[in-house]
Design a protein around this ligand. Structure first.
Ligand SMILES: NC(=O)NCCC[C@H](N)C(=O)O
Length: 409
């Protein structure tokens, strides 16, 4: 297996994973912008970093190769021409047009920094006070003179799952829903195009960030070599899923997508906040997404005649998983053990958001002790990580990690 990207399941032994260690971007948060930044509170950076290092060490101790996106990105931007092109797009997507004199000032400021520092600065954001000799624009004068940033911080980069996702030997480089996160997928795009280890490997991009329709990695679950589950959610549209089906079917090993409709809200923004796969036949599920009969809207997409996509509605989660994964039994483990308060509390703190590092072996947040105990009772090996600050961003261990290579099952 020499693929640089190789992910044919949710549970195969994790070999290489992409992370981002949170940095100054968290210190550039203030109450006024929290809502727009999709973050519910301001994590204390020092502790958030310690917790993140603990997460990375938990993975490293189990032989998993941890790669940091900031390092890959910096290595992809060594060439100055490439760096200029990248910055040009980044500034444009930050709302600073090419014909605005500020564009050149910011370009010069960022180009002057050593590349790694430049990457950190882009993620942290650029404050108005950092750039000298700017002639204020009409917007600066008339609209929001007290707004502190030219480039907004990107506090969600540590949720590495969402900007891109590996499917088989390729990736989706995602068009993200909200402006606050849209620039983040420029990073992996640059890595695939310019990093010496990736650029000549012809890694398929199943869907790029310029294709209309929103898609985020938290909704993309690789159930096996043929079947994906994708959330129709606040962050991923039905149109994008259909589009992805056209791109994958017939061009990859994938022939089936279970499109699962979940509520559109901030607590359950992605499918992986309410449903994850943790063993061949075991899954975590937030009980609130199922109705009393255990039902939920599911649409099965498959390749039909003449390249058309067929759509088969299904309602029963267990039956559908059994049918399409060819299993005789399914163990659905409810977040919070089925108690309604524990379920909502622990789901809010990402109790359903487990990262499988091998079949039946997961990493979870320590604060979700009800769910963790239940996982153990169901025979799962649970590695708990610290979670006071990281959880304030509203994502858990699966959200914070993007597997690049998993062993085949
Ligand atoms: N896969 C995930 O559920 N990721 C968590 C993303 C949290 C972040 N604050 C967001 O709202 O995008």
């Amino acid at each position: 297996m020499a693929d640089f990207i190789h992910v044919y399941s949710e549970i195969g032994k994790l070999k290489t994973v992409l992370l981002h260690r949170p940095e100054k971007e968290l210190e550039n948060l203030s109450p006024d912008i929290l809502n727009r930044m999709l973050i519910d509170d301001i994590p204390y950076l020092k502790i958030a970093q310690e917790e993140h290092d603990y997460f990375a060490d938990t993975l490293k101790k189990r032989g998993i190769h941890v790669v940091y996106l900031e390092d890959l990105l910096a290595a992809s931007l060594i060439n100055k021409e490439v760096r200029i092109k990248f910055l040009d797009r980044l500034l444009e997507e930050s709302g600073i047009k090419n014909n605005d004199p500020l564009h050149q000032l910011l370009m010069d400021y960022l180009l002057d920094l050593p590349v790694k520092q430049m990457v950190s600065q882009i993620i942290a954001g650029v404050k108005k006070a950092e750039i000298k000799n700017v002639r204020p624009s009409l917007a600066d004068l008339a609209e929001d003179p007290s707004y502190p940033f030219y480039l907004d911080p990107m506090p969600n980069v540590y949720f590495m799952r969402d900007q891109q996702a590996a499917i088989g030997n390729g990736m989706t480089i995602n068009r993200m829903t909200f402006r606050a996160r849209r620039r983040e997928s420029l990073f992996m795009e640059s890595v695939l195009q310019n990093h010496p280890d990736f650029k000549d490997k012809q890694i398929p991009v199943w869907r790029d960030r310029y294709t209309h329709g929103r898609l985020e990695g938290g909704d993309e679950l690789v159930l096996n070599k043929h079947v994906l589950a994708i959330g129709i959610s606040q962050r991923t549209s039905a149109a994008a899923i259909t589009d992805l089906a056209h791109s994958l079917f017939g061009h990859s090993s994938y022939d089936t997508i279970l499109a699962i409709k979940i509520p559109h809200n901030h607590a359950m923004m992605h499918l992986d906040t309410v449903f994850t796969m943790i063993n061949y036949d075991q899954f975590t599920v937030h009980p609130f997404i199922l109705d009393k009969a255990g039902e939920i809207e599911i649409y099965v997409l498959q390749l039909g005649k003449n390249g058309n996509i067929t759509i088969t509605p299904r309602h029963n989660l267990v039956k559908t998983l059994k049918e399409y994964l060819n299993l005789s039994e399914i163990d659905l483990i409810p977040t919070g053990g089925g108690d309604s308060i524990a379920a909502s509390r622990e789901q809010w703190n990402d109790g359903s958001n487990t990262l499988a590092i091998a079949p039946g072996e997961v990493v979870t947040y320590d604060r979700n002790y009800v769910s963790n105990d239940l996982l153990r009772k169901h025979g799962i090996l649970v590695h708990e990580i610290r979670s006071s600050e990281l959880s304030r961003g509203r994502g858990g261990p699966r959200c914070m990690s993007c597997p690049l290579v998993r062993e085949d099952l």
